[in-house]
Design a protein around this ligand. Structure first.
Ligand SMILES: *[C@@H]1O[C@H](CO)[C@@H](O)[C@H](O)[C@H]1NC(C)=O
Ligand SMILES: *[C@@H]1O[C@H](CO)[C@@H](O)[C@H](O)[C@H]1NC(C)=O
Length: 379
């Protein structure tokens, strides 16, 4: 079953009258088994509507021509859904989707895999009920609790206007090229393993988003070549970071990253590049500009010893990083700028301009060279 909605718009251009017809196909989950009763599992209905209605009717590369539609109402998403080889359609969530508490629920609730030109939009919301999976803040009780949304090997996709609340684990992971997330909020408990946006691939773009959680705000993972984040607000997060790269990660490759116009408050960090002393690879040409911080521990921190490891033989090259126009406050027990790099491979060409951070300890530099701060030696 499907419904076709047409609207005709009439444009008057001088004396010329142009008629333009817009049509899109709407595949409502209500026609494929969903019930907006907050009890019936939405998962199978999403899959059926996609297979039986969306796939057969995608004929153009305009994503908004075919909608997998979740109308207004309350739905329970009790099982994971994977859209593999999805292309050229729009998951349009107008309703509110709730996750149950189910200790055996694991994986990722909504996965797009090998996908191309998918629009995921609101105005609806997904409520993860994450607090139930970590009662009293205990992250160890249900270590395989589910993540929320993942775009894996996906290009030219867009996520917008949907609000995500309190996922049991990470909220949005994007792996692929030319993807965009914008004009949306993620709001979770102030606790670890609640990452907002974890991005990797080439030329991804995140802008005009707000993240409140207790972990990564908008963060770059390897490999990345070309990433822009603009107009980002982070509350109670762990900051806008690069990494972390796990112990022994070889072949780290992150370059051409640009963050601008970021507001960070009550945070574990402002910006960090975090790795282990045995990582290998390259992080280069990184710009962080226009940061307003309040009560951010570690406002600017490059750490080759994130979460331990002391064997100082790493070959991760961190170079050509610019921190520009940082204003606001840190915390009295941590340095405003802390560079703690490998002896074997010092951080190079780390530059600072217009850094004005108060309520912090003195800066500290180990195995790093650059310009723009007194006591930082030139390269
Ligand atoms: C829907 O169910 C979930 C859990 O099963 C619950 O947390 C949520 O409050 C319910 N939503 C509404 C609107 O009743
Ligand atoms: C550095 O990255 C910026 C994007 O932030 C890009 O415009 C510029 O071309 C890069 N520079 C080099 C030398 O690759």
């Amino acid at each position: 079953m499907l419904s076709i909605i047409s609207t005709a718009t009439v444009l008057l251009l001088g004396l010329t009258q142009v008629q333009e017809a817009l049509a899109f196909i709407e595949c409502s989950v209500l026609n494929y088994g969903a019930v907006a009763d907050n009890k019936t599992d939405l998962g199978p209905a999403l899959t059926r509507a996609w297979e039986e209605c969306v796939i057969p009717q995608v004929t153009t590369t305009v994503a908004t021509d075919v909608l997998l539609y979740v109308p207004a109402g309350d739905y329970l998403l009790a099982s994971t859904v994977t859209f593999d080889h999805a292309a050229n359609w729009n998951l349009h969530i107008a309703g509110d989707i709730f996750l149950p508490f189910n200790p055996s629920l694991t994986g990722t609730m909504l996965t797009f895999e090998n996908c191309e030109n998918i629009l995921l939009n609101g105005p609806g919301a997904i409520y993860g009920n994450g607090y139930r999976y970590r009662p009293g803040g205990d992250l160890s009780l249900y270590p395989s609790r589910p993540r929320l949304i993942r775009f894996q090997n996906c290009n030219n996709c867009e996520i917008t206007a949907v609000t995500l609340y309190d996922a049991p684990m990470f909220h949005v992971t994007v792996i692929g090229n030319n993807n965009e997330a914008h004009d949306m909020s993620i709001i979770a408990s102030h606790i670890g393993e609640t990452d907002g946006f974890d991005m990797s691939g080439n030329n991804n773009y995140v802008h005009d988003v707000t993240v409140e959680n207790g972990d990564e705000c908008v963060t770059v993972k390897t490999p990345t070549n070309g990433f822009v984040a603009e107009r980002i607000t982070c509350r109670y997060t762990a900051g806008c970071n690069i990494g972390s790269f796990g112990s022994g990660t070889a072949g780290v490759d992150v370059q051409n990253v640009y963050y601008s116009d970021v507001t960070i408050s009550n945070s574990d960090a402002g910006v960090m590049i975090k790795s282990y002393p045995n990582c290998a690879g390259t992080v280069k040409n990184i710009t962080y500009t226009g940061f307003t911080l309040s009560a951010a521990a570690y406002p600017i921190y490059i750490s080759a010893f994130w979460e331990g490891g002391t064997t100082d033989t790493g070959t991760l090259e961190v170079s050509n990083v610019l921190f520009e126009n940082f204003q606001g406050t840190g915390t009295p027990t941590r340095p405003a700028v802390l560079l703690d790099c490998n002896k074997a491979t010092p951080c190079k060409d780390i530059s600072f301009s217009d850094i004005s951070l108060s309520n912090t300890k003195a800066n500290s530099f180990t195995n790093a060279c650059g310009s723009g701060l007194s006591d930082l030696s030139g390269c």
